[in-house]
Structure formats: C-alpha cells, structure tokens
Design a protein around this ligand. Structure first.
Ligand SMILES: [Zn+2]
Ligand SMILES: [Zn+2]
Length: 247
C-alpha cells in the first residue's frame, strides 16, 4: 500500500510551504486508487481524480468537502449521516453502512463513526490491503472503543489540530467542533498496541511553529507513549511496508 499525503493543512487561516492545502490522502495498491477528502483548496484540481476508483469523505466541513461543489470525475462514498449534512453537489454517491467492510479493488474499507462535531457527524476509515491496515481520521475529538477500532492497525493517521491539552484553542465558529490533542490520540494507540502514528490535518500550532521545536516535542511524545510518531507534509509519499520496517 502506498500513501501520498496530498494536503496536510487543517481548517485554519495559516498555511505554509509544508502544509499548504487542505488535508487529503491518496492511497494506492496495485490497480486500485482511492482518495479521502477534498476540501476547498482542491476545488480547481478535480482532474486529479480522473483515475481514482472512489473519493471517501470523513465529514461535511469545508476543509474536507469544499472542493466538491463543481462535481468530480469519480464516485463519492460516505455514510448517510455525513451525506445528510452535505449540500447538494452534482455527485455520483454511494452510501456506506457504518462498520461494514467494503471491497474496493484490492483494498477493504470500513467507515467508523467518531465524535468530532455535533453539526457534522464524522467517520474515520479503516483501510486494509492483504498485508497491512491503517486507520485514517483527520478530525477527531473522541474515538469510541479505541482497542476494538484500532485492533491490528499498523499505522494510525490522526488529527494535528492541537499538540497537547494545554494548547486547546477554540475560535467562535468552532464552538461545536472538537479536536483531540495528539497526546490523547497517542494514548489510544498505546492502549490498542498501535506502534506507528502519522499526524496530518495540522493546526496553527504546527503550521506556524518552528520546525525544530515541534519536531523535538513530537519526538518526546513518541518516547513517552511508545508510538513512533511523525508529522506529514504536503506531497509526503510512503510505501507502507518499507516505512513500517524502517521506523
Ligand atoms: Zn478539518
Ligand atoms: Zn472538521
């Protein structure tokens, strides 16, 4: 399984060269390619989705669906709860039943409801090839049943809006939106025995932060929780098998 972090910026004003576009992940395995989320920063890039088997949506915030307004050249998949909160865009839609396993080419994918926003129900995706399993959840306040949901997960890809509890910042338009700090997410990984974590959906703290200070803090957390952790950047590409062997 190969992963390309197309974008790694959260729903914030700040952007940097490393975190320039809204969070989106492309996954390919053999002849199968899927993409997760298509925020406003991707609105003029729909042609990138021409050869994609499916675009999966985590929830209806603009940094995740804002690029869908003019339609896309591939089918869209999400759960009914998420669909119900999306505007009516010209899309070919497939509805996923939560917790059911779907086969898309050589990948299996399952939508798992998570807590993030009262107005915009959200899911994370558990995605497997024959060899590996990842769990992808760019926006999350709380993961119900982490041990069960993250069982046998090789890599957790999570929400970088906040690094630690003490930095919890909420703006006026985010009153119903919650983001678990990286520390909470690492404790779920630790509890479930997940050894690797990559942080995407970076918030202001990471995007505006000094790289050396942020990297030091993330390294300290890696050691503290016993979970190898790094921050993704736009364009970062990994071959999962190689990555897991080397990290
Ligand atoms: Zn977001
Ligand atoms: Zn969100």
């Amino acid at each position: 399984m190969k992963l390309i972090f197309l974008g790694t910026r959260g729903g914030i004003k700040a952007r940097s060269r490393k975190h320039y576009r809204h969070t989106s992940l492309l996954i390919y395995h053999g002849a199968t390619t899927i993409v997760i989320d298509w925020g406003s920063d991707w609105a003029t890039k729909a042609s990138l989705l021409t050869l994609v088997q499916g675009l999966f949506i985590t929830h209806a915030h603009p940094d995740h669906i804002g690029g869908l307004q003019q339609g896309i050249p591939c089918p869209m998949y999400t759960t009914k709860d998420v669909e119900d909160t999306m505007p009516h865009y010209p899309l070919s839609q497939h509805t996923l039943t939560p917790s059911l396993v779907y086969q898309i080419g050589s990948l299996t994918i399952t939508a798992i409801p998570v807590e993030h926003s009262l107005r915009a129900p959200a899911v994370g995706y558990r995605i497997s090839s024959t060899a590996h399993t990842i769990f992808y959840v760019p926006d999350i306040a709380l993961l119900p049943a982490p041990v069960q949901t993250l069982a046998n997960v090789d890599l957790y890809i999570g929400d970088g809006a906040l690094i630690s509890r003490h930095m919890l910042l909420r703006t006026k338009d985010h009153t119903l939106t919650g983001h678990a700090p990286i520390t909470d997410q690492l404790s779920w990984c630790q509890e479930a025995g997940v050894q690797h974590c990559i942080i995407t959906h970076c918030g202001t703290e990471i995007v505006r932060g000094k790289h050396s200070i942020i990297d030091k803090r993330i390294n300290e957390l890696s050691t503290l929780y016993g979970v190898t952790t790094r921050i993704a950047y736009d364009g970062m590409t990994i071959d999962l098998g190689t990555y897991l062997r080397r990290s």
